[in-house]
Design a protein. Structure first.
Length: 248
């Protein structure tokens, strides 16, 4: 998987630098995930970020909750290297593990997490992999724990889906033309446009952007055992949705 787009150092460092330029709602989705963590500032809890990349969301969680203990699971050595540097100031409150979300990542857990959060990562899993991942989260979480995912989604209609993809592609082209994206990162964005817009309609496999509707995602959460599944926010290509593991 060394040629997988998120394993290239240029893609990881570029995304780390300009995610909020490329992704029109990057900070807002982080804010919504943070707002859904229903804990008091001084409470101790354990949390997993699935596909946590360079650790930007975890950094905010560690700052906001001084007793929190977090794990970043990601399949990219390049992203994890950035995360380790970013999170080193938090000492052993933050740990990073190189692992695919399709694999048995729960072997890295010392205790059951109260939360699994994720942003812009799970849509890289195909439908069956997502379902298996959500089920693994359900089993791993502590009683009354929560999964919160801020991810890319698609609308039901193909026409609407293509329109939204095109709008995001235009946004990417604008920020590249304006010199706001490092040149080393630009092939990653052009590859995204080629795969998602120019080759729209071609079948997708694991590792592609395997977008699903919010309804399909909520259905997967429900069939994995989660209750109180809900979409907290939804706009264009992005949604934040969550489910709770029943208290036992
Ligand atoms: C667009 S980046 C988002 C990173 C981070 N969550 C953020 O919001 O800044 C996608 C991340 O998902 C990770 N990823 C993609 N597929 C994965 C998989 N199958 N298993 C683990 N991580 C994966 C990539 O390595 C990358 O770090």
């Amino acid at each position: 998987m060394t040629d997988y787009r998120w394993n290239l150092t240029a893609a990881a460092t570029g995304y780390d630098q300009v995610a909020s330029v490329i992704h029109p709602h990057y900070r807002e989705i982080q804010d919504r995930i943070l707002a859904r963590l229903p804990v008091a500032r001084e409470e101790a809890f354990s949390l997993v970020d699935a596909g946590g990349g360079s650790g930007r969301l975890l950094e905010r969680i560690l700052e906001q909750y001084p007793q929190s203990d977090v794990i970043n699971l990601d399949q990219s050595p390049a992203f994890l290297g950035l995360a380790e540097r970013r999170l080193t100031r938090f000492g052993d409150r933050a740990r990073c593990h190189l692992v695919r979300l399709q694999d048995n990542w729960d072997r890295f857990l010392d205790e059951r997490p109260r939360y699994v959060v994720s942003m812009s990562a799970i849509h890289h899993l195909d439908r069956a992999e997502k379902q298996a991942f959500y089920r693994r989260c359900f089993v791993a979480l502590e009683s009354d724990g929560m999964l919160i995912n801020g991810d890319e989604v698609r609308p039901e209609s193909d026409r609407d889906y293509l329109d939204r993809l095109q709008r995001w592609a235009e946004h990417m082209q604008q920020v590249m033309s304006a010199g706001r994206v490092p040149t080393t990162m630009q092939p990653t964005l052009n590859g995204w446009i080629e795969r998602n817009v120019e080759r729209f309609g071609e079948s997708k496999t694991s590792g592609d952007d395997c977008h699903e509707t919010v309804a399909a995602q909520l259905g997967s959460l429900q069939s994995s055992g989660f209750i109180e599944v809900e979409a907290l926010w939804y706009q264009e290509m992005w949604a934040v949705f969550a489910g709770r593991k029943p208290a036992t």
